[in-house]
Design a protein around this ligand. Sequence first.
Ligand SMILES: [Zn+2]
Ligand SMILES: [Zn+2]
Length: 755
Amino acid sequence: MKTPFEKIQKSLLLIIILLLSAFLNTGCSGDQPLIMNGKSKYKIFVSESAIPSEKYAARELQKYLKEITGFELPIVNTYDSKTKLIYVGFEDAGKELLAGLKMAEFENEEFIIRSIDGNMLIAGGETRGTLYGVIGFLNNLGCRWYTREVINIPRLNTIYLPLEEIRQKPAFEYREAWYKEAYDTEWAAHNRLAPSTVPIPDSLGGSFISYPFVHTFYRLVSPDIYFADHPEYFSMIDGKRKRHEAQLCLTNSEVVKIATQTVFRWIEEHPEASIFSIDQNDGYGYCECANCKALDDAEGSHSGTLINFVNQIADTVAKVYPKIKLQTLAYVYTEIPPKTLRPADNVTIRMCHYNYCSAHPIGGCSSHIPFVERLEGWDKISKQITIWDYFTDYARYLLPYPNFERMVNDVRFYAENGCVGLFAQGSNVPDNGGGEFNELRAWIFAQLMWNPWQDGWTLIDEFVTNVYGPSAPYISEYIEMMHEQVKPDSVYFTIYAEPTDGGYLTPEIVQRAEQLFIEAEEAASGDPALLKRVELAHLPVLYSRLYFYSTGGRVFLSKEEMPKVLLKFERIIAEHKISRMAEGKEIGDISAFIERVKNAPNFISDWWIIGPFNNSNEKGLETIYPPESEFDVDKIYSGNESQKVKWKSYKNQESGYIDFTKIFHPSENGVAYASRIFKLDKNKSMKIGLGSNDGVRMWLNGRLVLDHKTLRKAEPNQEILTLPFKRGENSVLIKIDQFGGGWGFYFSLLDENYL
Ligand SMILES: [Zn+2]
Ligand SMILES: [Zn+2]
């Protein structure tokens, strides 16, 4: 890691270089017009033997200069000494423009823009440098490719040759933003992404291809082929070799041999790829055999056996394919670097920032401290770290997810800490996952991955202003409001955020957000394309209201208003062809969500409650405490840890969930009761829905009607019972136990017409 002083030194150096280059080039071109009042004598020169992306770059330059000025510069591949030229690519460029340049030193994506004696050069390293130079030149003129449909091209009469020489390369060699926009190859090329999962054709500059994408252990050594005869190739867990939820036995030399053969086959079958992945399967299940354990213990991390394994394959590969690299993960159980082993020179480390705080940037709260320490550790032993980071809500893509501070800060953090690539994971693109501000996020990441020293908030402003036009002020206010909500240190949510996590979605905030989007939509009326974009941005707020409604939060959305909001939600989902709402298939099922909203029951959320009583022996659910034999609001009982407990009245308007963790302390090792009277004017059998975290007992009029000892997360209607209620007063008593984490219940009446 660099110290702040080193960072200052680095910026000073940059300034000096910029000043020097400005000084050296003044006087070369002056204020010489390239196109003057819509007319020009210039031609665009691209060599006949230029690579496809350079020819594309020349055509793009011609196309956009024409859009800007109305004048079309001809493209030529021959010239005489009198013609003024813009050379696109180094090939056959004028000698005076190449003075002092060592073309071989230009990296793949590095470019130079300079003008000397009235001619101009835009050129760079193969395979994308020249194209990125043209994009950079157009960017400087104000061209922007914000989304697939919103492209801003300025209108100018006159364009001058650039006064100062520009030489640039991106901060990261691998730049992937996993959002829908970025799967449009032209959009990706214009925004200079170098992704792995998007096959950008060579004519548009190509991709940065690694193969296979990730989690490859079972592709390297298939359990379908080998497990039956060689269970020893796979993880030993609790003394047994495991086929499922497992990994490979990395110290087995036969496993190394087979994996090496697979990698050689991949290299031959995939000449388009320059990096091959040797990655653990998702999840846990590392091998605990004596050999693996000894090595991992000695290295202080499971990355010990991993790096040892990858290095052996890498050594064999290096002898035959010196340019090929292998990559492996530092992820979950391999996140800690090994003590003494070093990744081989042809091994890159893909480190995952997995499941830390999403509310605050790295350095902004204590959640990230272990990650920073581990990255420092890897940085000491590898100069080839790429980062896999998560910028979406895995649990609910459509939830308002204000992780803006992470977006605008953490790309720079990675660049300043020696990382050479970044995968910003957004919502599931191949399955058309929706997600809050996907287009904004794709564009911001593309800009920052190229140059992370730009101000991210200024970029957000620029995007919102240009993409949302007259609706922009409302959307800016929404973003700012949500950002303010998550600023406090106490706010914490991860990539598995549930709508109540972090506490930032209060009824007041959701109401204000809804109001802002109504105003934003009004401002967009008359412009159908804009309205469609604003409605897409509105979708997460609509989703959160419907979600809260489905779990009893009528303060977020009334029963009367629900059908209208649901209809709008369904229309926007259909118009934007969003087909998935979460990483998990079940929770991501949109039609199931719509059904839950439509069939949301009447949640009962006003109860008498009492607790906590002792559950330290985990027998609290079975132990009979006084509330099971009497209901006396004046009596005081001895509760958990000798605290005095008594009945109190409780009502939750924000949700049908009765959250005991927010009511009783300590919330660990307790049991608590809720009691209520239901009055009926006749005998009636009633359908009851109940969900609990964790185990539950329920009595109706003193008779035990439900007894379920379980460990689970509460969802509405986990149990559905039909119970005989009588005319007059009926008492319902519910008891819930707790084993850590959440603690509470949902109770609902599923019959339409009660109450
Ligand atoms: Zn093993
Ligand atoms: Zn935090």
